[in-house]
Design a protein around this ligand. Structure first.
Ligand code: CXF
Ligand code: ZN
Length: 378
């Protein structure tokens, strides 16, 4: 029995920005009040892992243990934890859900007030780490999860119990990107049947938006990507039309979309995290009611600017969507059920699977645009 004792295990450490991860022995301290130590079964790579791994300045912190899409099994619980017990299968979620604050109790919000979402390199309740390396050096946490380790410690507000019968290499996808894309269509935009959607960036999130829009009965789903291979790939996810910004001649993407749709799309989703793409997506929205949903994670210093009169007189709206507007503790199980009922597709997103020792391959595949989701087996 390991409860109450430090655990020595292997973790993939990101020592310096952009440098390959190194698998080393780490010591994982026991969980404190409100915390849970879990054994990771498998984890998948999300683009935010790559973005923050490449970043030289805060919010990135090194050395750190990245990873935040995973499935694990509870090894032990800290004081005050009653929601899960040893042996439970769980999905960690980067977005806190305390279940008792005004936001967590509201159907309208997924932004916990008691534990506001922040890009912190520490545990949720105190600025400390549960990880040290073999030399006793402190390692930073990442997005409150750090799943690229055989064991990790996660606050209970970041854990969701999962149906143990769902294959773990599918359930892990629900931890971030795929849920975010599907949720953005279902909950943030509330896409209606018969509408036209434009998705900017057909990576895992963008294609998950397509999947969510398909579930909502969208009639036309326009995919926009510079990578021509995404045209064929998009079709498998219900993308009906494809626009490659490199093939638009002297027209902008928004001009092309406005022509194709006779005025613009009902819903536009930005899934890249680039200022210029945000503006094109905004311009592609139908005047009067078009809605832009922002999902891409840009450099934290980026500012956007919109002409005041243009925005005022457009009738359009712009909204951000974190975790697709989903409430972790209640909405994950709804997606799980829809997967088990063969409505929501997850299998198609898993393009690659690798052993933990080959974790850097997952980074290469993602950087080269070759993978949607690469599952990493511990
Ligand atoms: C993202 C959400 C936006 C901020 C960075 C982290 N979450 C997960 O990928
Ligand atoms: Zn993510």
């Amino acid at each position: 029995n390991t409860a109450g004792k430090p655990i020595r295990c292997k973790a993939a450490i990101a020592r310096k920005p952009g440098e390959p991860l190194v698998i080393e022995e780490v010591i994982v301290a026991p969980p404190k009040h409100g915390e849970v130590r879990i054994k990771i079964i498998c984890t998948s790579l999300c683009h935010s892992d790559v973005t923050l791994w490449k970043l030289k300045d805060p919010p990135a912190n090194f050395p750190t243990i990245l990873g935040h899409e995973a499935v694990g099994v509870v090894e032990s619980v800290g004081e005050g934890v009653h929601e899960v017990v040893e042996g439970d299968t769980v999905i960690p979620i980067f977005l806190p859900d305390c279940g008792e604050c005004i936001d967590c109790l509201s159907e309208k919000s997924n932004l916990c007030t008691k534990f506001p979402f922040k890009l912190s390199p520490w545990m949720e309740r105190e600025e400390t780490s549960r990880f040290t390396d073999a030399n006793g050096e402190t390692l930073y946490h990442f997005l409150s999860i750090s799943s690229f380790s055989e064991y990790t410690v996660v606050d209970i507000v970041h854990l969701v119990k999962t149906d143990p019968t769902i294959p773990t290499n599918r359930a892990c996808l629900l931890g971030c990107g795929i849920s975010t894309g599907v949720g953005a269509a279902l909950k943030t935009a509330k896409v209606e049947a018969g509408t036209t959607i434009a998705i900017f960036g057909l990576g895992g999130i963008g294609l998950a938006v397509a999947e969510g829009s398909r579930l909502c009965g969208a009639k036309r789903i326009i995919g926009v990507d510079l990578n021509q291979d995404k045209c064929e790939l998009g079709k498998k996810f219900g993308v009906t039309d494809f626009v490659n910004p490199g093939n638009c001649g002297d027209k902008t993407v928004s001009q092309v979309i406005i022509e194709m749709t006779g005025g613009g799309a009902d819903y536009c989703f930005e899934c890249v995290g680039m200022k210029s793409v945000v503006h094109e997506a905004y311009s592609s929205c139908r005047k009067g009611w078009g809605k832009l949903v922002m999902l891409g994670y840009d450099h934290p210093d980026t500012m956007l600017s919109f002409n005041s009169f243009e925005l005022l007189s457009s009738g359009k709206s712009i909204t951000g969507s974190i975790f697709g507007g989903l409430k972790p503790k209640s909405d994950i199980r709804i997606l799980e059920k829809r997967y088990m009922d063969k409505e929501l597709r997850l299998d198609e997103f898993v393009t690659h699977e690798v052993d933990f020792k080959d974790i850097n391959t997952a980074f290469d595949l993602m950087t080269e645009g070759k993978s949607l989701r690469c599952v990493i087996w511990m």
